[in-house]
Write a protein that binds this ligand. Sequence first.
Ligand code: HQG
Length: 180
Amino acid sequence: MDRELISTSKFLSLVLRHQPATIGISLDDEGWAEIDVLLAAANRSGRTLTRPLLERVVHENDKQRFAISSDGKRIRARQGHSVEVDLGLQSVQPPELLYHGTVAKFLDSIRASGLVRGSRQYVHLSPDVETARKVGQRRGRPVILIVESGRMWRDGRTFYQAENGVWLTESVPAEYLRFE
Ligand code: HQG
């Protein structure tokens, strides 16, 4: 992705996951924003944003972070929200193991409390080690934790998979984590 796309992706992540009010818009219950309203509000707040640029960000995004509605009028983030939204995700059985990328400084706390969602709606888990490594790398030298998701599922815990492959769950108690 080029610089303009990355910067616009970050801007859209902020507005569509965390702080729609920073540009004076709101999301509906399912996390959608009207594209016309979003474009006008973004430009009013000093960010040059056009429909073609928005579409490039959606389609060329490395992690498929955003979705445009089938009628082409609305946009939302596929996961990562801190605002309460109903993404309409169905509970699905996870693979036996999932992965979480983090950094060493969080390990003592994770050993004590498990993985917690913090300000986000869910704890985010990766389907493979490589993806988890990239997630951890955002914060420094990555540490990969193995999550016994199959056992969690059999114990009655709920999992969702976002449309872009990220796994979501409310929390991961430490007893389901392997620190290797
Ligand atoms: C850590 C990005 C202390 C956790 C990524 C993580 C992902 C704890 C940080 C998505 C803890 C939260 C989410 C505990 C968890 N004590 N630290 N008990 N439990 N943590 O950003 O999973 O590029 O909210 O290990 O790729 O890093 O934005 O979550 O380091 O998919 O699309 O607290 O965000 O996607 O950090 O990342 P985050 P995350 P995007």
